[in-house]
Structures are given as C-alpha cells and as structure tokens.
Design a protein around this ligand. Structure first.
Ligand code: TRP
Length: 333
C-alpha cells in the first residue's frame, strides 16, 4: 500500500498562484499514484477569523471549487471538512500534552504570522498558539505520511514529527512520522514584490481571477525600478515578472533567451508582461471553466464534502482508538 498523502488549506478565501506552485501542482501529480486526503481546515481558519464566521463559510465553498477546478478528482482523493471530524479535536487535546508552550512560542511561522498580524501577548489565543498541535492531529489523525506544503508550513510538519516521536517514545511505536514535501516553487512573491503572495496582503493573483483582472494585476507587477527606458539593461534579481516566468513558463529555452534580451536592454517590461499574461491565461483558462461548471452544482459539491468527511472520519476513528489503547485509555464507557 502506498503511503497516504495528506494536506490541507485554511478556508479564508480563494486559492492563488502561490498555492498552485507551492502545493496544488504536487498534489495533482501525487493523486495519480497515492491515496490522498485534503482537509479544509475551517476550525484552523477561526484562529484568525473568529469574528468573521460568514467569511469562513463562504471560503469553504471557494476552496472546494478551487480543488475541483484545478483537477483534484474526488473519486480518488478524499476531501474532508475539519469541523466534521471531532476525533481530530480529541487527538489535538492529547497531542497538546506532549508540547511545551515555550516551544510553540519559538515556532518561526507562528512568530512571523504574529508579527504580520500584530498579535501581542494579550491578544494571543491558546488556539492560535496551539494550531500547529491541532495541525499535527490533522495529519496523524487522517493517516498522513507525505505532506505537500509550501515553505512556510515546514516548521509545523517538524512539530508534528516531534510530537509523533514523543508519543512513540512514551507509549510504543504506534504512529508514523510524517514527512514534508515542498512544492516545485515553495515560495512565490506577491505582485508588488518583497512579501510572499497572500490573500491578506492583497497581492495575490487568484486561480479564479477573470482574464481582465489577471491582465490588470500583471500590469501592476513589480519589475526593475532602476530601469527607465527599454534600452536600459534590465535586472532579474528581485524582478517578480521573471520570478513568475521561472515558475510558470513551460518553455525554459525561450525563457533563457528572453532573459538575455532583457538584460541587454533589448525588450521592455510591457512586452515581457504580455508574455506572462499569455502563459498565465493558458494555465488559468481551463481552471476557470471547470470552476464555472462546478459553481452550477452546489448540491453536488456539498455532497462530495459530506461523503469525503465520512470516509476521512473512519480513518480518524481508527487512529484514535490505536492512540487511546497505546495510552491505556478506555475504549468505551
Ligand atoms: N496550515 C495550513 C495552511 O495554512 C492548513 C492546514 C491545516 C494543513 N491542517 C493541515 C496543512 C494539515 C497540512 C496538513 O494552509
């Protein structure tokens, strides 16, 4: 039996190009050969969106549509909703016993997210600080061994590995250590450069963006500020158009030639952006089309999530009974 792939997304909005190269593309490849579970982590979304439940509710549907639109096949891949799986919450409570608060405070992704959201000591919830623990429960509880994620998630997978090792050392070799699989392009910048692409920073190109919005966003992309005329030599470092071309251009030789011309001052930003629009539109047009088809089937989409959650729950029940019995906890009243 092949190792199970498990990963997930917080439903806080639509998925974007950063998700695509960071993880979705890898998932599409793995789906061909491995059993896979995708978790729509709605409770984790509440760690930042507790005051916006309606947004989370709508984003659950958006993330589902994005999965189906990029080509996740629900006949092969299980798609589940975190809040429908109470076993994951129970497992998170157990895992919480194996992690120190100090260690969670040192998690680099937690630190970075706290800084960018401006969360001080008084605003820091137990749930936010502890979400890597709950994420470890998602992975282990759903039988995940291979975890395709973007670079920012690596500390969380490390945390899950530590928890599993600690559990096994205390209660016997029961749980498998998960491994992170970083995407083809683990970090993609936002259109304005510097920061990574993120919905909350308003610098994202979404998979669902219509062609005219795509064009407008590409026009805003940060290129080379030192360049005033087309004949000035262009720089590639920190140039987001070329970062995106590296990530998405299916023709590496053509791209190498284009870079040479750009550095020699032989081609302008407008023309290079034109090429990027073409490449991205070729990628996104079929995704957009499939999304529109699924949008017309809300009941079917809802049913897929229900059925997937039931399948995932059977796995979670099984893992939890192994965990309980390893710990010597009673399996029934
Ligand atoms: N933290 C992930 C994100 O922000 C979402 C997530 C929740 C996840 N549970 C997971 C990812 C389990 C991998 C495995 O996108």
């Amino acid at each position: 039996m092949r190792e199970r792939v498990m990963t997930g997304d917080r439903p806080t909005g639509k998925l974007h190009l950063g998700h695509f190269v960071g993880s979705l593309k890898r998932r599409l490849e793995l789906q061909e050969s491995h059993p896979m579970t995708l978790l729509v982590a709605d409770l984790q979304a509440f760690t930042t969106h507790a005051e916006r439940p309606e947004e989370v509710r709508m984003a659950i549907r958006d993330v589902m549509l994005d999965y189906l639109a990029v080509g996740i096949d629900p006949a092969r891949t299980t798609i589940a909703l975190q809040s429908l799986l109470p076993e994951l919450a129970e497992l998170a409570a157990i895992f919480g016993l194996l992690v120190t608060v100090g260690h969670l405070h040192r998690n680099p992704t937690i630190k970075a997210e706290r800084a960018s959201l401006g969360i001080d000591e008084e605003q820091l919830t137990y749930g936010f600080l502890g979400y890597p623990v709950s994420q470890a429960a998602d992975i282990v509880g759903l039988g995940g061994v291979l975890v395709p994620v973007g670079a920012d998630q690596i500390p969380h997978i490390e945390e899950a590995r530590r928890i599993v090792r600690r559990f096994n050392s205390l209660y016997g070799e029961v749980l498998a250590e998960p491994r992170a699989l970083v995407g083809h392009f683990p970090r993609l910048s936002g259109v304005y450069g510097r920061d990574k692409m993120s919905k909350s920073l308003g610098n994202a190109i979404f998979l669902a963006d219509p062609a005219d919005v795509l064009r407008k966003k590409v026009r805003q992309i940060y290129t080379d500020p030192t360049r005033l005329r087309v004949t000035d030599p262009g720089h590639l470092e920190g140039n987001v158009v070329f970062e995106y071309l590296d990530a998405f251009d299916p023709d590496p030789e053509g791209l190498a030639a284009l870079k040479e011309r750009y550095q020699a001052g032989g081609i302008g930003d407008v023309a290079v952006k034109e090429r990027l629009v073409e490449i991205l539109d070729a990628l996104l047009a079929p995704i957009r089309e499939r999304r529109t088809l699924w949008e017309q089937e809300p009941t079917a989409v809802e049913r897929l999530l229900q059925e997937g959650s039931e399948r995932a729950r059977a796995i979670a029940r099984d893992v939890l009974s192994q965990v309980r019995s390893a710990m010597g906890l009673p399996l029934r009243l």
